[in-house]
Design a protein around this ligand. Structure first.
Ligand code: 5AD
Ligand code: SF4
Length: 473
């Protein structure tokens, strides 16, 4: 395979298109039905949109139940053990269905498959799985699918180098008002607990023009909001020199006609530059929200985690952000029960969240990931202790989130109407600029519009209000 500047060559992508045509011919008039099950982060969701795009081009149709399927796909995550166990559970449960319906194709893809021992396990214990591939060679799905249909033999392919980038894969985005756009792949940070750098490879950025063109096309299709995705978007463009950093990318995207809002995640505190803070402050379309994982409030634990900042660095950084951008919302990730975390360390985390007053926090129980340095540490925290700390942390953070939401009562905020709420089906739902969920009464015709909503009711994780004005873009 020829890789130019780590981009998969046009000829390789053409070859894959030919496989799509061949599959279409093979399946003929029979509409194969598929279901995709996605685990993990938004980047996996975005990968699943690409896998769906490929299947639709092959002439398949989506269904919601696995037992109606001709093809079922699991796009997996391995950041925490729970997600892996769920996948094994599903695969085990499918054994019986596959024996009754041997022509059904079972596909497993994603981060879990970038681990050799997982692939070996599937080979040995889950022989009913037909196709296995990792995140690096998603673009080769048409070829693998074709080979599987023709040979009826298992296809395993996790071979593509870990530094590849591919463009122009078909994509099926269900959401018509907002879209995920992956701007970079991989991670170079090697936080000691995290498996991502091992399964997603080294950091590599898409070319600025490729991203701008994709966003322009989305805006032309009436998409109003994009969320730029990367494990650490702050180091976007590191390999291109000074003109293509993340702040520059935001500036270019801010000029895209028809686009209303630009979100991004995730930001690593050690790489959040002044230039970026000013870009968020000054650019009209960039959302006033930063997701800035702290992980722990104890400098000692942060060092063990290899995070490369202290609690004081972090506090100074958010002070600076708030000084520059008055209404910014800051959210975070926190891990509880990292090996060696003492009661004192945990209390420092509680103190930190009281001081930082995050709008919300994703809290995780530490999960031991084999192959990471933290998994080798001997002083693992007992599960019962970690769970107790976790409950306390959630309680303290929920109170803060609610207090911050309470202060918004009576405010009028712009919201992009995204569709009907899953939890309140008679209400429309959307998010404020600061990424807070807002539910409000309104007609379906408002979906994709920006409306001004007056906040009348507060919940811990959402706001409720009434439309006071329908804004033109
Ligand atoms: N255990 C628990 N949480 C983890 N995360 C990453 N690795 C682990 C792990 N081994 C969390 C971090 C990261 C988020 C995406 O997942 O908080 O920011
Ligand atoms: Fe994992 Fe750290 Fe990279 Fe985030 S920055 S993906 S936590 S290694």
């Amino acid at each position: 395979m020829i890789i130019n500047n780590n981009k998969i060559s046009d000829s390789e992508m053409e070859k894959q298109k030919d496989f799509i045509k061949k599959i279409k011919l093979l399946t003929g008039n029979k509409k194969y039905k598929y279901k995709i099950n996605t685990f993990g982060c938004q980047m996996n969701e975005n990968d699943s949109e690409k896998l769906a795009g490929i299947l639709l081009e092959c002439g398949f149709a989506e269904v919601s139940e696995s037992d109606e399927c001709d093809l079922v796909l699991f796009n997996t995550c391995c950041v925490r053990e729970n997600a892996e166990l769920k996948v094994y559970g599903h695969l085990g449960a499918l054994k019986k269905l596959k024996s009754q319906k041997p022509e059904m194709i079972i596909v497993v893809s994603g981060c879990m498959m970038q681990q050799k021992e997982v692939v070996e396990n599937i080979k040995k214990k889950y022989k009913h799985v037909d196709i296995v591939f990792g995140t690096h060679n998603l673009f080769k799905f048409p070829e693998m699918l074709y080979n599987s249909i023709i040979s009826k033999e298992p296809v395993y392919d996790i071979s593509t180098p870990a530094d590849s980038i591919f463009e122009n894969v078909p994509i099926e985005r269900k959401d018509k008002t907002k879209a995920w756009v992956t701007i970079m792949y991989g991670c170079d940070n090697f936080c000691s607990y995290c498996i991502v750098p091992y399964v997603r490879g080294r950091e590599r950025s898409r070319k600025i023009d490729d991203i701008v063109n994709e966003v322009k096309m989305l805006a032309r299709d009436n998409v109003k909001e994009v969320t730029l995705l990367g494990q650490n978007v702050n180091s976007y463009g590191k390999e291109f020199g000074t003109d293509s950093n993340f702040a520059q990318l935001l500036k270019k995207l801010d000029e895209v006609d028809g686009l209303y809002r630009i979100r991004f995640m995730t930001s690593h505190p050690k790489d959040l530059s002044e230039e970026l803070i000013y870009a968020i402050r000054d650019l009209k379309k960039v959302s006033k929200h930063i997701h800035l994982p702290i992980q722990s409030g104890s400098t000692r634990i942060l060092k063990e985690m290899n995070r490369k900042y202290s609690k004081e660095n972090y506090v100074d950084l958010i002070k600076k952000i708030r000084l520059e951008i008055a209404d910014i919302s800051i959210t975070t990730d926190i891990i509880v029960g990292f090996p060696g975390e003492t009661e004192d360390d945990f209390n420092e985390t509680i103190e930190l969240i009281r001081e930082a007053r995050f709008d919300s926090a994703y809290t995780f129980l530490y999960s031991k990931r084999s192959g990471t340095p933290a998994a080798e540490l001997s002083n693992q925290v007992p599960e019962s202790v970690a769970k107790e700390r976790f409950q306390e942390l959630v309680k303290v953070q929920n109170k803060i989130s609610r207090e911050l939401n309470n202060s918004l009562l009576g405010c009028e905020l712009d919201v992009l109407a995204e569709g009907f709420s899953k939890n309140n089906p008679d209400m429309l739902t959307g998010r404020t600029d600061t990424n807070k969920i807002m539910n409000f009464k309104g007609d379906e015709s408002l979906v994709g519009e920006i409306v001004k909503v007056k906040i009348e009711k507060i919940q811990t994780w959402s706001l409720e209000g009434r439309i006071v004005q329908n804004n033109d873009l």
